[in-house]
Design a protein around this ligand. Structure first.
Ligand code: HAM
Length: 403
């Protein structure tokens, strides 16, 4: 039997209801914040992710579904959504047009990670990207949007915040950190040795406990910010406080993608095990320029839909629509005809098989319809049907012409 690939799931039935409830809720809120839908291809040139997410990141270094296509192009399945949206933004010359552009998207992302609970190889994100606003109010507003989405879904969270500095303060901090880590001697792990050459600040994110113990007294970026970054970070905290958004400062929050500067944030849940990040994002003011666009400030986030699925508190679903069943073979074609007419305005479920009342009502109940309608030879004779309201359990006979 052929099965789905490891770390790639089917979404159906109850999961699908949760999935669509999430998409509808998040879409609704994003639109209230002035965001417009964007769809970008699943497949892009590999160079796009190398240049944006960064060659030193695990995503690009180890996790890409990359291959040479029939036209000899080096392509890969997108591991995240930001790079594609930035490419589209530049390709459509919106960077040259100036002004503010806000997009939201959702869809599958692919990372060849070791699958475990909450960590898949194909997973779905809902994300937003805002271009053209350098004010930290936009960062705060975006965080409020994530908070609104999570609240609307009944999901509790902790918000972790950090600032990654900018071109002024980050290079100096990086030097200080490298000096400190080199002083730790040979005890650091192989990954950290590699990171020292590629992207030193990612050592702060090392999952190895002995490395973490060594870095306990490492210099903190938050104490090395330049005036501009420090002022922005203070404003961000103040805006969040003014809007009753609780946060924790996590000086080791560096994010797994290289394009960030200044604000970095993650929303975590304490109820889903070790893969606890349910949303992450931040500011990436240099990325548009880095991908050959006109310098444009930008900020965004993405939420992992599968990680949120089990946390979503589903609203009670009320019964909706009709089930029409035939009790005798000769009534089947009439059922199909009535359903075709009724579907212009309502949800209608039918069965092509003639069955008795009891069997039909079982199927109708499973489909959660409000009205159960049944037609047999007798009803055909009298041009009527039996209709039962499955909510208040009342039953009556009605003329077919009134249906
Ligand atoms: P990210 O932190 O890599 O950020 O991913 C965002 C979210 O996707 C995570 O918080 C997590 O919920 C989910 N996620 C990531 N990897 C997996 C996986 N293997 N299985 C299941 N869920 C996963 C980004 O992707 C950035 N593009 C976010 C962003 C947008 N930054 C600015 N704009």
């Amino acid at each position: 039997m052929i099965k789905s690939l490891r770390g790639m799931n089917d979404i159906l039935s109850e999961d699908y209801e949760r999935f669509t409830h999430f998409i509808n809720t998040a879409t609704n809120i994003a639109q209230k914040y002035g965001y417009h839908f964007i769809e970008t291809p699943l497949l892009e040139e590999t160079a796009l992710f190398k240049r944006s997410v960064g060659e030193s990141s695990d995503i690009v270094g180890k996790e890409m579904y990359q291959f040479i296509d029939k036209g000899d192009n080096d392509v890969c399945l997108r591991p995240e959504g930001t790079a594609g949206v930035v490419r589209a933004f530049i390709q459509k010359k919106l960077d040259k047009a100036g002004g503010i552009h806000r997009f939201f998207y959702h869809g599958p992302m692919f990372r060849y990670e070791r699958p475990q609970k909450g960590r898949l190889r194909e997973f779905h994100q809902f994300g937003v990207e805002s271009f053209g606003v350098d004010s930290v109010y936009e960062d705060a507003t975006m965080i409020m949007m994530v908070s609104d989405i999570l609240k609307a879904l009944g999901i509790g969270y902790r918000l972790q915040l950090n600032s990654l500095g900018d071109n002024n303060c980050m290079p100096q901090y990086r030097e200080k950190l490298v000096e400190f880590v080199k002083g730790c001697g040979d005890d650091i792990c192989e990954d950290c040795i590699r990171r020292l050459d590629t992207n030193p600040i990612r050592v702060l994110d090392c999952k190895n406990e002995s490395c973490q113990a060594l870095y306990k007294d490492a210099p903190k970026l938050i104490n090395c910010l330049c005036k501009n970054c420090e002022d922005d970070f203070s404003s961000l905290k103040k805006i969040l406080e003014d809007n009753n958004i609780d946060y924790e400062i996590d000086t080791n929050l560096v994010r797994g993608l290289d394009y960030y500067s200044k604000t970095a944030f993650e929303f975590v849940s304490d109820n889903i095990g070790s893969q606890s990040a349910i949303a992450g994002g931040g500011r990436y003011d240099r990325l548009v320029e880095f991908l050959d666009g006109r310098p444009t400030p930008a900020v965004g986030f993405a939420m992992g839909i599968e990680r949120l699925m089990e946390l979503i508190v589903m609203p009670e679903v009320s019964r909706e629509g009709y089930y029409i069943g035939a009790m005798d073979e000769e009534a089947v074609s009439l059922v199909v005809k009535l359903a075709h007419k009724k579907r212009k305005t309502d949800r209608v479920i039918i069965d092509y098989k003639a069955k008795n009342f009891k069997n039909h009502i079982k199927s109708a109940d499973k489909e959660n319809v409000k009205y159960f309608c049944i037609i047999g030879s007798n009803e055909i004779q009298s041009a009527t049907m039996t209709v039962k309201n499955l909510e208040d359990k009342t039953q009556r006979t009605m003329d077919l012409k009134d249906f």
